[in-house]
Design a protein around this ligand. Sequence first.
Ligand code: SAM
Length: 222
Amino acid sequence: MTESEAAREKMVRTQLQARGVRSQAVLDAMRAVPRHLFVPELSIEKAYSDRALPTAAGQTISQPYIVARMTELLSVQPGMKVLEVGTGSGYQTAILACMGAEVVTVERSPELLEWARNALAEVCPEVLGTFGAPIRMLLADGSMGAAEDAPYDRILVTAAAPRVPKAYEAQLTDPGRLVIPLGDRYTQTLTIIDRQGDQFTATNDVACRFVPLIGEDGWAPA
Ligand code: SAM
């Protein structure tokens, strides 16, 4: 076992399983995707530590547990089309693709999109290649969703929103599921929104802290 494989195994056991993440598909993806390739030069120990880490442009890559929890809540099946809002480092994108999802990911920062593109290119042939899942990367304001590829079986928002942006409900399949951190700029609650026909039912999960969703239907730039 390499040093990074050992670090991932430990992360899965002590940070994810210990906190109740049960989905085998999520645990397998978290074991498979080399998180250290998505963060700026850090030791293996730091890359797999139990916290969010800084990326370029003052943004963050979420704590492993939050990535796993959000992915578990999303309930992704192979072949589903998933919209991710907030590509950031590309790590969450890789987890979703590794689970066999067809991912459309939207990022507002050109610098981060470029970073994620390079990281995914490095990881893809080795980790994601066997799934053959296409990844579409868009530079846009994700608070408006991504209408051109809609509808989506799942929408995962990895930035904090003050409310559910209007476009998302219309871009979800029926049935469909959206997972989004809702709250103020500093603390939020991970919220699951389930669509059944015209009914949208919200369920609250754990408390979390994300960088803001900046855009037309999000927060104004600080
Ligand atoms: N999913 C990422 C990962 O795995 O590294 C973490 C995302 S980071 C917590 C939040 C990201 O959302 C940042 O990269 C930020 O630039 C992006 N963001 C904020 N507002 C956005 C918007 N309106 N549209 C698209 N991306 C946005």
